[in-house]
Design a protein around this ligand. Structure first.
Ligand code: MN
Length: 249
């Protein structure tokens, strides 16, 4: 049983190279992949499941192909695509996961998160997150026409870019005591997350492990769990033709 984890593709019409890389990735990896976990910020922006633009339809179709041929697809939202809902899930055949979720990965309880909730030092973001995750706020946003939502999304993105450029690097990373707290609360020795765009395998005290996925800007990053229990963080250049890839069982 091969399980793959990806996050932070930030799929967007403006960067067709990433979409092409994901298409190729699915073409090559999907046939030997039993389960695919997408851990947030799969889309650069998502303004509601009712946005029927051709780009979204194309991505949903890719996911559909995977689930129609028996692949299990699990989807956790990130801070960009938090408006993804049940319609998207049923169309793509995905099961939506809460953040955080503990799964049994070949016998090892593994905590999955997007990762934004771990960046507790970024207090501005944490208060935005609280608001953005409130059902009432989401309902109000989703009741606006698509064009208005598109404009709100654009403004939010601009705001977050200008704010982030003023923040110290360590504020944009996870808070280590928060990591320790969530891992102990979930009673796990392994955590997989994305969001920070700092791909790494961190060995923590007490034989614990924090695996961080990377974004798909210059490289493709994925974690592969093989049936023998091996877990690897993998990277390929986005310009690679990927023909040497294969998901081994
Ligand atoms: Mn994120």
């Amino acid at each position: 049983m091969t399980t793959l984890f990806i996050s932070d593709l930030h799929l967007d019409q403006s960067r067709p190279i990433v979409t092409a890389a994901f298409e190729r990735f699915m073409e090559i990896m999907a046939p030997n992949c039993d389960a695919l976990y997408i851990l947030g910020d799969f889309f650069e922006v998502w303004i509601g499941d009712d946005d029927d633009c051709p780009f979204n339809a194309r991505i949903v179709k890719l996911l559909q192909q995977f689930t129609n041929s028996g692949g299990l697809l699990y989807f956790m939202v990130g801070n960009r695509d938090f408006l993804i809902g049940d319609d998207f899930a049923s169309r793509s055949g995905a099961t939506l996961l809460e953040d955080p979720t503990v799964i049994d990965l070949n016998g090892t309880p593994t905590l999955l998160m997007h990762g934004d909730s771990l960046c507790t030092d970024d207090t501005d973001y944490m208060s935005f997150r609280l608001q953005a995750r409130s059902p009432l706020w989401q309902e109000q946003l989703l009741s606006q026409p698509l064009a208005a939502r598109r404009e709100i999304a654009r403004q939010l993105r601009e705001q977050s870019q200008s704010m982030n450029s003023l923040k110290a690097d360590d504020i944009m990373d996870v808070n280590h005591s928060e990591v320790a707290r969530v891992m102990s609360e979930a009673n796990v020795s392994r955590l997989i997350h994305g969001h920070t765009h700092r791909p790494e395998v961190h060995r923590l005290e007490g034989e614990k492990e924090r695996m961080v996925l990377g974004d798909w800007h210059d490289n493709l990053w994925w974690i592969q769990a093989s049936a023998n229990g091996d877990l690897t963080l993998n990277k390929r250049s986005i310009n690679d033709d990927l023909s040497n890839l294969n998901a081994t069982r």
